[in-house]
Write a protein that binds this ligand. Structure first.
Ligand code: HEC
Length: 153
């Protein structure tokens, strides 16, 4: 079983890698109306697989975070790096650099990924996180990353 899940994980990693590269060359607009098939439509099926269990969300989410090098700045184990850790992030009260707080929900995660400087976390610097993920992430990859962060409790 362990071996099989490792192989499945590797296959998914390669799939996401292909999807990431393919996504770069296609315009980010259009979203759901894209009907070109290929990696885009394959990647669209991943979030539903990820939602079948927290283990799947973790495996596919971690692979996606590696493809986009999110893990260069964010950890899943509670230790802050250049960016805040994702462990325990979902549902917590996040304090922002203007002293206000916000409850971390899906909408906040989405905004933090697509427009990182819209709300800056206290104790961290603005203009560090890349601001082009809106163009680089497919809808499916974004959903998967959010699903992943949600299960990292
Ligand atoms: C070069 C470093 C870097 C990379 C790469 C990066 N981030 Fe970030 N991220 C940051 C920093 C710094 C912050 C805190 C400042 C802010 O709020 O924008 C942050 C904030 C966040 C937050 C809000 C965290 C909180 O505690 O409220 C989320 C969610 C997030 N990033 C997701 C991602 C995802 C998903 C990716 C990959 C697709 C990614 N980041 C890639 C540096 C990075």
């Amino acid at each position: 079983m362990r071996f099989i899940s490792k192989v499945a994980g590797l296959a998914m990693f390669l799939l996401l890698l292909t999807a990431a590269c393919g996504g770069g060359s296609s315009p980010g607009t259009g979203g759901a109306s894209q009907s070109s098939g290929g990696p885009q439509s394959t990647a669209a099926e991943i979030p539903s697989v990820a939602q079948t269990s927290p283990e799947n969300a973790k495996a596919f989410g971690a692979a996606t975070a590696r493809v986009f090098v999110c893990n260069g700045c964010h950890t899943a184990d509670g230790i802050a790096a250049a960016g805040p850790t994702w462990k325990g992030l979902y549902g917590k009260e996040e304090t922002l650099d203007d002293g206000t707080t916000v409850t971390v929900d899906e909408a906040y995660l989405r905004e933090s990924i697509l427009d990182p400087n819209a709300k800056v976390v206290e104790g961290f610097l603005p203009d560090i996180m890349p601001t082009d993920f809106a163009e680089r992430l497919s809808d499916a990859q974004l959903d998967l990353l959010i699903e992943y962060i949600k299960v990292l409790q």
